[in-house]
Design a protein. Structure first.
Length: 117
């Protein structure tokens, strides 16, 4: 079953890190990706720009409403994702716990719903 692992963290945490510290975390992500690929569980992953770079579009009564940024202001922001193929929720939780960001933020696990799109 596919799961989307959403990585939430406080951007200020990363702003306080040196380039070397960030590179070390990126290397940990790379190692995890290699291990997941070897086990046939890795599908995709990416980091995202912070919410300040986001644009939100809503359509109401046939009109597009565009706003800068996210809908809600929160301390933790969506910073990236992993798309994995895990055998079950327990397997997905074990993978989520290995993601470096879980140690400084949270990893939300969502089953991917196959609706034929």
């Amino acid at each position: 079953m596919q799961y989307l692992l959403l990585l939430y963290t406080d951007p200020e945490h990363w702003a306080a890190k040196s380039e070397a510290e960030i590179a070390a975390v990126v290397a940990k992500h790379g190692k995890l990706i290699e291990e997941l690929e070897a086990g046939g569980k890795y599908l995709s992953s990416n980091a995202l720009e912070w919410a300040g770079a986001a644009t939100t579009v809503r359509v109401r009564e046939g009109r597009s409403l565009v706003t800068d940024g996210p809908f809600a202001e929160t301390r933790e922001q969506l910073g990236g994702y992993y798309l994995i193929d895990a055998k079950d929720l327990d397997d997905a939780m074990a993978i989520a716990a290995r993601i470096p960001d879980a140690g400084v933020g949270g990893v939300e696990i969502r089953p991917v719903k196959n609706v034929g799109l």
